[in-house]
Design a protein around this ligand. Structure first.
Ligand code: PMP
Length: 306
């Protein structure tokens, strides 16, 4: 059987090839959907899959649905149970990824958030590394700014807003970089990567842009804040970061469900530190990979066994 075999679609789990939308679907035309990305980690030692911080992802999903006026008819617990059922049916023995999507499924012409039929689907895919995290990556400042909250709110994880991320990532790749760092809409401060949050280490301080600098309020960002506090006794500073602070940072890394903990080796061709993964990034990366595989008991509440 090909992976994935199944999707949750229109209220039930069905073979994925039967989960099809009409070409007139409002969300396909206008990007009026919200989504999540959740990772499921395969622990080879005990042959078990663990979904990481699934409840927190679905909590964010339901909160974001308010911004987009999408009515999600399922509770967090129900969404978690459906996801576990799907993953059980797939039976992956490798890392995988869950994509929930709630959207305007009506067939009417015109962009608006009301008066539409709405629906939700969930599917899973096997997923290894999104970025190569064994080495540092090269990053440029994107010429494409982030979209301001008052245009398309980045915190809402709106499908249509990912055109902005696509411009950034594509420009970076075409210019020979691995990823892009994006500035806030007025070009004033550093916001985040194309689809990941960013942290900077400077003089022993760990710093990340605040939630009001046009970022997605990342679950991995929150994980890093907690790992740093609990294990390294570091209080993360949430404050705006200037572009040129990146050029003189001791360490920089991206974090996100896809990106995981990804060390940055250069920004606009300026090496970060000595260009290698920094010591704090390495510690946090190690902690992260043990936490997600349910190998640190105090974080076992973050791991839902499949
Ligand atoms: N920012 C953006 C724009 C993203 O798409 C993502 C990926 N979901 C993140 C940050 C990281 O968020 P999380 O850690 O919740 O995956």
């Amino acid at each position: 059987m090909d992976n994935p075999g199944f999707a949750f679609f229109e209220g039930k789990i069905i073979p994925i090839e039967q989960a099809r939308v009409d070409i007139r679907t409002n969300a396909l035309q206008y990007g009026t959907g919200i989504f999540e990305g959740i990772r499921c980690y395969w622990n080879e030692k005990n042959k078990t899959n663990y979904v990481f911080r699934m409840e927190d992802h679905y909590r964010r999903f339901i909160l974001n649905s308010r911004i987009m006026m999408i009515d999600i008819k399922y509770s967090i617990e129900e969404l978690c149970d459906i996801t576990v059922e799907l993953l059980k049916k797939e039976g992956y023995e490798e890392d995988s990824y869950v994509r929930p999507f709630a959207y305007n499924s009506g067939l009417n012409i015109g962009p608006k958030l009301i008066g539409n039929k709405q629906d939700l689907f969930i599917y899973t895919i096997p997923l290894g590394e999104y970025l190569d995290i064994s080495k540092t990556i090269s990053v440029c400042i994107s010429s494409w700014d982030r979209i301001p909250d008052n245009s398309i709110p980045p915190r809402a994880k709106i499908s249509g807003s990912y055109v902005n991320a696509a411009f950034q990532k594509t420009e970076a790749l075409l210019n020979g970089y691995d990823e892009a760092l994006v500035l806030t809409a007025n070009g004033k401060h550093v916001s985040e990567g194309s689809a990941m949050n960013v942290f900077m280490v400077k003089n022993g301080n760990l710093i990340t842009p605040p939630v009001t600098d046009e970022i997605l309020e990342g679950i991995t960002r929150d994980t890093v804040i907690k790992l740093a506090k609990d294990n390294e006794n570091i209080d993360v500073q949430e404050r705006s970061i200037d572009r040129t602070e990146l050029y003189i940072a001791d360490e920089l890394f991206f974090c996100g469900t896809g990106a995981q903990i990804s060390p940055i080796g250069s920004v606009d061709k300026r090496p970060v530190g000595n260009g290698e993964m920094g010591p704090l990034t390495k510690k946090l990366q190690e902690l992260y990979f043990r936490a997600v595989k349910n190998e640190i008991s105090k974080y076992s509440g973050w791991c839902r066994k499949v």
